[in-house]
Design a protein around this ligand. Structure first.
Ligand SMILES: C[S@@+](CC[C@H](N)C(=O)[O-])C[C@H]1O[C@@H](n2cnc3c(N)ncnc32)[C@H](O)[C@@H]1O
Length: 266
């Protein structure tokens, strides 16, 4: 087997693992809970809101833009972008996730401006230079990052931007948490290292990343242990302010954060 064939086989089995895991998750959401609304889920309780708010601020106006929701999953972000006036192409490797997305888009009355496709991040079926913006939440770290980077650079218009929220690999407390909760994720997903992000950025004309949720991981941890939403809100309010101060005074600490916002330009 040649190197190329071997790489292809590795990528295919990785896709298979991801598809199965996320299909099962999407089917159970659809039948049991409504999407992502389980009790101790800090995403659903607003634990990631400071990062999402910063992300939306960096994205800016979406009205009239043609954008790509990269690895859209069940599409809560797809619907949000659409409501802000964008025409949204989106794809995911999991057909069941897309089924939930279409269902929700119809319910929200925005299905006419969404173009979903089952596709792999490393091999996009779109023509070159067609998107103003490529946006992705928690997705690059599931993919072969260098292949995905080449594809993003290809489909972006000249002057276009891509922004991603991704988890980071270097914080010791997060490493322990991930080690304690392996069922939460696939083996094919690995939080991103500082090195990986720097390499990713090189595929573009320019780019940088910022860190979020440094001390805030303790609010999240407390919520994970107690399920107390009031405590989450109160402590997050304080840790979020401290984080902003600490990270602007000591930018090198960004790699020890939970989340990164990566922004690149073509
Ligand atoms: C953590 S979820 C995030 C989904 C969505 N962006 C969100 O914020 O809810 C990761 C998603 O990546 C998809 N995925 C994993 N590997 C992929 C690949 N190589 N190409 C396309 N989608 C992929 C999974 O099916 C899953 O929906």
């Amino acid at each position: 087997m040649s190197n190329r064939e071997r790489e292809h086989t590795v990528l295919q089995s990785r896709h298979e693992v991801e598809r199965r895991f996320h299909d099962e998750k999407a089917v159970s959401h659809h039948h049991h809970h409504g999407h992502g609304s389980n009790g101790h889920n800090f995403y659903a309780k607003g634990g990631m809101d400071p990062v999402w708010d910063a992300y939306l601020r960096s994205i800016g106006e979406l009205d009239g833009m043609t954008i790509l929701d990269f690895g859209c999953g069940e599409g809560w972000s797809t619907v949000a972008y659409c409501k802000r006036g964008a025409k949204v192409y989106c794809f995911d490797i999991s057909p069941e996730s897309l089924r939930n997305l279409v269902h929700d888009a119809e319910a929200a009355g925005v299905a006419g401006r969404i173009y979903p496709a089952v596709m792999a991040a490393e091999d996009l079926g779109y023509p070159s230079k067609i998107f103003d913006l490529v946006l992705g939440v928690s997705i690059l770290h599931h993919t072969d990052v260098s292949c995905a980077g080449r594809e993003i650079a290809r489909v972006l218009k000249p002057g276009g931007r891509a922004l991603f929220i991704e988890p980071l690999a270097h914080n010791i407390f997060l490493r322990i948490f991930r080690w304690l909760t392996p069922h939460r994720r696939t083996l094919t997903e690995q939080p991103m290292t500082d090195r990986q992000i720097t390499d990713f950025i090189r595929a573009f004309r320019s780019g940088e990343y910022r860190g979020y949720q440094f001390l805030s991981i303790f609010s999240q941890g407390l919520f994970w242990l107690t399920g107390n939403e009031w405590l989450l809100r109160k402590t997050l309010h304080v840790t979020d302010r401290l984080d902003r101060w600490i990270l602007s005074a000591f930018p090198f600490l960004r790699r020890y954060c939970w989340a990164a916002i990566i922004e690149v330009r073509n």
